[in-house]
Design a protein around this ligand. Sequence first.
Ligand SMILES: C[S@@+](CC[C@H](N)C(=O)[O-])C[C@H]1O[C@@H](n2cnc3c(N)ncnc32)[C@H](O)[C@@H]1O
Length: 174
Amino acid sequence: MGFVILDLFLVLTIIFLLLVLSMIWPPDSPWAPWWRTGDRQIRESLKLAKVTKKDTVYELGSGDGRFLIIAAKEFGARGVGIEIDPLRAFISTLMIYIIRLQDKIIIKKKNFFDVDISKATVVFVYLVPKALARLLPKFKKELKKGTRIVSYRYEINLPLKKYDKENNIRLYVL
Ligand SMILES: C[S@@+](CC[C@H](N)C(=O)[O-])C[C@H]1O[C@@H](n2cnc3c(N)ncnc32)[C@H](O)[C@@H]1O
């Protein structure tokens, strides 16, 4: 019995350390899945894109879902999150049900390259440059003219509309 408890303790310690390390590793490392946008940057992104209740915000790689939750609660927007990681897709879906936003936000546990994003009026991304470069043809093919794209931290190869240097947020309009 003592060994079982010790084993369990060791496993939990390793999981905890991995979680902490995943927040420290740079975001373009495959070991850094838990990089998240801060709440302030989320609100500033939504303001920069002038999001309103008329918008449908797509978040590509929606993580824990906070961006879409704030977009729905504070800006009235509808949200579609696409998240490949089952754990994060599950946690965000659960949160959305707990705070009863399921009529406004859906989370798709999918690869965003396989999802049609043409209904978006606003797209939010916090993704590494390699993924953004791969997404560019999809943006150009599927998104309507006038769709706003907000990128936290990394540039997209599109004409820049606005840049919030302090928060490292870029706005592009197709
Ligand atoms: C840097 S995190 C950002 C999370 C969240 N958007 C935020 O700003 O807090 C990138 C997220 O994209 C997800 N992701 C990466 N590639 C993806 C893909 N091809 N399809 C769907 N999600 C993906 C990762 O699992 C991770 O949750």
